[in-house]
Ligand binder design. Structure first.
Ligand code: SF4
Ligand code: SF4
Length: 122
């Protein structure tokens, strides 16, 4: 009886599609439930530090004087809290996972300085 089931399973597997993908030749398909990783549109970020204060994993650092926003992707737990509370909606979750790396490095983005206002004409 056992060998009958085994033969049936083997024959079914011979004619069915493979359960695995040929990664990286076949790109992964992410579902709508995938959390992925945090991305900041630094142009719309106002460096208010709300995301840094609310992040439960202390994965974010905002340095207003130096105009930088930093995320430690190895501390981030993909909870999306920062995305929900960002007042300018500059944060979003991208569905793909953080790229693999050989060292635990943070990612720092620098907000370009504002253009100096034009001198009033006399
Ligand atoms: S909450 Fe949004 S606008 Fe404020 S520092 Fe964070 S990313 Fe920038
Ligand atoms: S997704 Fe959660 S853990 Fe990751 S940076 Fe945002 S608030 Fe922090």
């Amino acid at each position: 009886m056992g060998s009958f089931h085994l033969t049936k399973m083997a024959l079914r597997n011979l004619v069915s599609k493979p359960a695995t993908r040929l990664y990286p030749l076949e790109p992964p398909v992410y579902t709508s439930m995938t959390k992925g990783h945090v991305v900041n549109d630094i142009d719309t970020c106002i460096l208010c530090s709300i995301c840094e204060r609310k992040c439960p994993a202390t994965a974010l650092t905002v340095d207003k004087p130096n105009r930088t926003w930093t995320i430690n992707p190895f501390s981030c737990v993909q909870c999306s809290t920062c995305v929900r509370i960002c007042p300018t909606k500059s944060l979003r979750m991208e569905p793909d996972y953080t790229a693999s790396a050989v060292s635990m490095q943070s990612l720092t983005m620098t907000k370009p300085s504002e253009e100096p206002s034009e001198e009033p004409q006399s």
